[in-house]
Design a protein around this ligand. Structure first.
Ligand SMILES: *Cc1c(COP(=O)(O)O)cnc(C)c1O
Length: 343
């Protein structure tokens, strides 16, 4: 694949796609320790046909964005949370975690090295970072790998779902993750299993699936790649408490913002049967940002929490505050932003 050239990028029409940028970071685990290769140019990876991750799925990943501010600075949003979550995911898959302090430094090095690819402020686009780790030991027996490759690549992306456009969703009959399974880990296997239901939902005209809890199919869990929230008719922010959902950095941040906005936020089990109590609902995640649910279809019944064409007022207010902090335009009251040194 040809390398991307910054001067040729059409910043206003970026989708959510991969571009082969000049630099990525790599570290390799072997003989019981991490060896840092640092920034490298080659975007390909070479390992054995018997590599652990190819057969038994030892893979974990992260996703975060670098934002170009009005003054030209570049912000990261809570990268320490991604470092911690990747450690948690790695432990759940019996992988050797990459050191957390080095994670944030490596993310910054990748942004700095590819800084010409952080999209201009006006475009609303950003530089997406994808840290990931794979088990590379050749084996046919089922056991954890003794060797790993950790990498961080970057690719410029437009808004995944164009900011605040309501989307139609359907409740899936399938599960994204098993009860007491790997739902809390950001791992490839959860996504592999969600492709079939997601493609079926898309073919039926929906943006994605909303999954219910895998034990009883009674409570709302989350979307394929984003957490769920609802705003009750009396203005309370509600988001699911569940052991089978991915703990979203965006969700944790919005819980804090909602508290400051007087929305009395709670994490609790939400019965699917109570969905009609919501005056607004949406999806939260790094890629989705905050994306309103235009409609939700469940057992042939279509629910419209607010409007199929317009975001609700509470959703708008949360969105503006979150983006305001990410772009250093609103008070960073909990010190979430880390600036990247570009020199
Ligand atoms: C990554 C992810 C999210 C969103 O998490 P953020 O930290 O907010 O980006 C939500 N659900 C799933 C399944 C995910 O993989």
């Amino acid at each position: 694949m040809a390398k991307a050239v910054a001067a040729n990028m059409d910043w206003n029409h970026l989708g959510f796609q991969y571009w082969d940028l000049p630099y990525r970071y790599q570290a390799v685990y072997r003989d019981g320790e991490w060896h840092e290769d640092g920034l490298i140019e080659d975007s390909s990876l070479t390992f054995s046909e018997a590599a652990e991750d190819l057969h038994y799925g030892q893979e974990v990943f992260e996703g975060l964005k670098a934002y170009r501010c009005k003054d030209g600075n570049v912000n990261l949003f809570r990268p320490d949370m991604n470092a911690q979550r990747m450690e948690n995911s790695a432990k759940r898959l019996s992988m050797v975690p990459f050191p957390k302090d080095k994670f944030v430094e490596a993310v910054k090095a990748v942004v700095k090295a590819n800084q010409d690819f952080v999209p201009p402020y006006e475009t609303g686009a950003s530089l997406y970072l994808r840290p990931f780790m794979v088990g590379t030991e050749p084996m046919v027996g089922v056991k954890p790998s003794k060797t790993y490759v950790f990498r961080i690549f970057a690719t410029p992306v437009g808004a995944y779902i164009k900011g605040l456009t309501p989307m139609p969703y359907m409740v899936s009959d399938y599960d994204r993750a098993a009860y007491a399974g790997t739902g809390q880990a950001k791992t490839a296997g959860n996504y592999a299993g969600s492709l079939y239901p997601a493609m079926k939902a898309k073919a039926a005209g929906f943006a994605d699936c909303l999954y219910l809890d895998p034990r009883e199919h009674k409570y709302i869990d989350e979307f394929g790649g984003a957490n769920f929230y609802g705003i009750t008719k009396d203005g309370q922010f509600v988001t699911p408490k569940s052991d089978s959902i991915l703990p979203s950095v965006t969700k944790k941040s919005i819980l804090r913002i909602a508290e400051r906005q007087g929305l009395n936020p709670v994490e609790t089990q939400i019965k699917m049967a109570d969905f009609d109590q919501f005056a607004e609902a949406g999806a939260m995640g790094t890629a989705a940002v905050i994306s309103p649910v235009g409609s939700l279809t469940y057992k042939d019944q279509k629910y419209v929490p607010f409007s199929e064409t317009e975001a609700g007022p509470v959703t708008k207010k949360l969105y503006e505050e979150l983006l305001g902090i990410q772009y250093s335009e609103r008070e960073d009251f909990d010190n979430w932003v880390q600036k990247v040194d570009l020199k």
